[in-house]
Design a protein around this ligand. Structure first.
Ligand SMILES: NC(=O)c1ccc[n+]([C@@H]2O[C@H](COP(=O)([O-])OP(=O)(O)OC[C@H]3O[C@@H](n4cnc5c(N)ncnc54)[C@H](O)[C@@H]3O)[C@@H](O)[C@H]2O)c1
Length: 347
């Protein structure tokens, strides 16, 4: 399932490093993890996925036949012994930790479970990595742009800004950052954290996210109900942030890294809905607080990692629309996904 010559080298990814490399990927039954699992497989990595079973139906895991290329271990990151067994069995060179409770609104309803999964789950993964029989070459923990203390000012966040988070999800990601920093510094482990913003792409079926909500509204023939049409988010295609995580792992980087779109590409929710061609209406109801202004400064990733988003928002939205159209038409979306990974490397 390799990619054509040149499709990854232009991204700074080295097939000879990834080929045969043992990777433990948590969260591979989810949206970002499904894309990353298949990208790793195209690079020749031997991937073991550790996750709970897919939480949506349909799911990218099923539709993309992710299980064909990844050895799946079903388990819960809250259960240290099962994480440890998975690490022992996979004997990984690299750990990519994406498993999480990733939804802000659900975190208001289930704050303790959110902290348990996102903070203690991260501690369990890092502890199992610390105790691994052979030392790991790299660990990448995926957190979020929401990990920052957000005074809603008109200034993009840099990695040195204070951590915070108003809601349980955001503060749990700040907690995951603190746990990662402590393991990195106390045990000299090669741990990097990736802080990306909202991503879009085919295969996301989660509740309470703009693109899946828009696709469900289209299927139901109803207008999309938008909570905060003027909220500005640093949208980018899922492949942009995954590219960043892969570079961090390949280069065994340490510390926090922002991966956002170019600063003038942050757009209001209404703009994205209109660009997707979806009819929408405002749903002002009584909604929990959500931060209105989130912009990331990714200068560190640009200058030190050679990373930049290869697709702008328009290109990312086109790819997303293409994927969901293929799904509606009953086409093989795994092939669409693999084609988009290849196109991303070639663009
Ligand atoms: N999607 C975004 O816009 C976005 C933005 C910033 C950061 N992130 C982060 O990226 C990561 C992946 O997000 P996603 O959008 O793919 O979410 P998702 O809900 O699609 O996938 C979450 C994955 O975590 C697994 N998981 C959840 N709880 C678990 C548990 N207790 N034990 C084991 N596995 C568990 C699920 O089974 C699934 O595989 C998360 O860490 C999320 O916080 C996502």
């Amino acid at each position: 399932m390799g990619l054509r010559e040149g499709a990854v080298e232009g991204l700074g990814l080295d097939r000879s490093i990834w080929s045969g490399r043992r990777v433990l990927l948590t969260g591979h039954t989810g949206f970002k993890g499904g894309w990353l699992a298949l990208w790793l497989a195209t690079l020749g990595a031997e991937v073991t996925g550790f996750s709970r079973s897919p939480s949506t139906a349909p799911s990218l895991f099923e539709l993309g036949r992710v299980g064909d290329d990844v050895r799946t271990v079903e388990g819960d990151v809250r259960d240290f012994e099962s994480v440890r067994r998975a690490v022992d069995a996979a004997s990984p060179d690299v750990v990519l930790h994406l498993a999480a409770q990733p939804l802000v609104r659900l975190s208001y309803e289930e704050p303790v479970a959110t902290y348990d999964i996102n903070v203690m789950g991260t501690a369990n993964v890092l502890e199992a990595a610390r105790l691994a029989a052979s030392p790991l070459q790299s660990v990448v923990v995926v957190t979020s742009d929401k990990c920052y203390l957000n005074p809603e000012r008109d200034k993009p966040f840099v990695e040195g800004d204070p951590l915070g988070g108003h809601d349980p999800y955001s503060s749990s990601k700040a907690g995951a950052e603190l746990v990662s920093a402590a393991y990195r510094d106390s045990y000299e482990m090669p741990i990097a954290t990736g802080r990306a913003g909202n991503v879009i792409g085919g295969g996301d079926f989660s509740p309470d996210r703009l693109v899946p909500d828009a696709m469900r509204a289209v299927a139901a023939g109803e207008p999309l109900r938008v909570r905060n049409p003027d909220a500005i988010r640093p949208w980018q295609h899922v492949l942009c942030s995954l590219h960043g995580y892969l570079l961090l792992a390949q280069r065994a980087e340490r510390g926090p890294w922002n991966f956002g779109p170019d600063v003038d590409e942050a757009r209001p929710v209404r703009w994205v809905a209109e660009r997707l061609g979806v009819e929408w209406k405002s749903d002002p109801g009584d909604h929990p607080h959500e931060a209105h202004f989130l912009k990331l400064d990714s200068t560190k990733a640009h200058t030190q990692l050679g990373w930049s988003p290869r697709w702008d928002l328009e290109r990312g939205l086109d790819a997303t629309a293409e994927w969901y159209a293929a799904h509606r038409e009953g086409r093989d979306v795994r092939q669409v996904l693999l084609g988009q990974i290849e196109a991303y490397g070639g663009s």
